[in-house]
Design a protein around this ligand. Structure first.
Ligand code: AMP
Length: 146
């Protein structure tokens, strides 16, 4: 048994996610740790659509959306030869969902990219920066060149 027992990797499906997964696989194997992958689906109904007579008829199948995201996560883990991975998809804001997941599942290492979609102009991406402040455990931010 290595230092870490339960590792969470946050996957946003950008190009950088490939680099993050290669490192994650290595670290998980060396630590003989349980590995969880999490993708957060950021879709939200705009609040004013709910009472809009036209827009409220637009149907978005939440279940199908989550299932598709899970399928992508499965393909991604297969492509990277990750076995026995716990796959998770949830709706919400990535920074909140990642922090909650870590607390609820007692992860002891979070692996996240320094930059993804949200924070290209920042020193550290917005999700990585928020998670860094909220996290009760170690964090590895994989450097993504802008
Ligand atoms: P960003 O805040 O977009 O710069 O993203 C930085 C890192 O946060 C990414 O490399 C991912 O590891 C993670 N991240 C961002 N968005 C998501 C998401 N929707 N689901 C899971 N992880 C995410």
């Amino acid at each position: 048994m290595g230092d870490y027992t339960h590792i969470l990797v946050a996957v946003d499906f950008t190009e950088s996610a490939e680099k993050i997964l290669v490192k994650t696989r290595d670290i998980a194997q060396r630590n003989h740790a349980k590995l969880s992958m999490l993708h957060v689906v950021e879709y939200m109904y705009p609040v004013d659509y709910v009472n809009d007579p036209v827009a409220s008829n637009w149907v978005v199948d939440d279940v199908e959306m989550l299932e598709n995201a899970k399928k992508s996560l499965q393909e991604f883990s297969t492509k990277h030869n990750l076995k026995n991975v716990d796959l998770n998809v949830q709706f919400g804001r990535p920074k909140h969902v990642i922090s909650e997941f870590v607390r609820d599942h007692h992860c002891d290492l979070v692996i996240i990219g320094s930059h993804g979609r949200h924070g290209l102009s920042l020193l550290l991406g917005s999700t990585a920066s928020a998670v860094l402040h909220a996290m009760p455990c170690d964090i590895l931010t994989v450097k993504i060149e802008k």
